[in-house]
Design a protein around this ligand. Sequence first.
Ligand SMILES: Cc1ncc(COP(=O)(O)O)c(C=O)c1O
Length: 440
Amino acid sequence: MQSTNIKTSEQRRHDAMALLARQSGAAKPAGSKAIQRPPFKLEFDIRDFSTYPEIRAFDQHKSIIERAGVENPYFRSNEGTTGRHTRINGKELISFSGYNYLGFSGHPHVNEQAKTAIDQYGTSPSASRLVTGEKPVHRELEAALAGFLGTESALVFPSGHATNVTVIGHFFNSEDLILYDELSHNSLVEGCLLSGARRIAFKHNNVEHCERLIAENLHKYQKILVAVEGAYSMDGDLAPLRDFVRLRQQYPVLLFVDEAHSLGTVGSTGRGISEYAGVSPNDVDFWMGTLSKALASNGGYIAGKKALIDYLKYTTPGFVYSAGITPANAAAALASLELLVQSNQPVLRLQNNADYFRQLALDRKLNIGPSLDTPIVPIILGDSEKTIRVADQLFRAGINVHPMFYPSVPQGEARLRFFISSEHRKEDMVYTLDTLASAL
Ligand SMILES: Cc1ncc(COP(=O)(O)O)c(C=O)c1O
């Protein structure tokens, strides 16, 4: 017997005609009711984007740069590898604006491995990995990541941001609850939104607040996820991971840790926040990280239990329906991991440099906020226009550092954000902070 849901071809033709008639503004088919639209006035001209409220608000926000009377610091073209130095408009500057934490981007071994991968596999995976895009270098990278992190398995995605969006968006749903740190990166928040889960931000690094929210909601949801970052990219502080692991031991919750800025930079061998905090890799359910920072490439990963990774590999939309990471990028990340395993000297140099920079800043009575034991050091100046002007002065003195202001950080907490690299020299840091102190 035919199901009543299956339409006959005659019904389908009738529906299609009715739809066409509606779209072309023609009279409705006989018998259909006229749609009652509430009378409302369009507040913008749909074809003139400059009249859109969001675009007007954006232009207003951008005008802060004009008010500060400086050159636009965004989208400057960096003409070479960004490491200790960068070149802009032909001028060499000391750079504190890139994530090349260990100097691996531009490292001869990494460049060579990326070029070899291009010679061997071409420049594109040419398909989703699920079908014909899989290359040996993808598997080698995933095995190396899992080995380095001490997890059962790992899966690499084409972008770090998209890893958070697609994995959280896919794995959680409207019957779940996601508790996330209020300073979480945009990609975590976008993932929560996509999932349809109830989401509540807990106060930054406030384990008690997180615990209270867990206790209040424990039996109301199917799954509860607690999401934190290893190192926070605006403040340069670390998550109190041991305390979050205790919550995970005490309550039936899942723990997600984004290691974008802690992989390769934290822990005595760069194994990240688990090494720093002395917790087992098995104490976290989702280890997430990016390849675009210490690993000198592009892409993201999730590492964890094999059952989870196998499921994600066959079902996550941003993996299944997207071409895999390029062979050259996979090879670059793999080569960087090899360097990291070979020697922890770059990691130790980076950590010494960051400590040295913090000390120099404190000696000059600069406000570094809660930055500690990470390669991210904000110098908080407060006022947005002033921060933009100081960044411009530094730029003209040969120092590249970016101003961060509202809405990236709270009102009144505008700052210059310094990313330290293992390749910086003491004289770079002394010159920079002396120039900053005299500019202030
Ligand atoms: C905490 C965090 N997660 C995810 C991302 C996204 O990573 P990617 O830039 O590699 O896409 C970033 C980027 O800066 C980040 O800071």
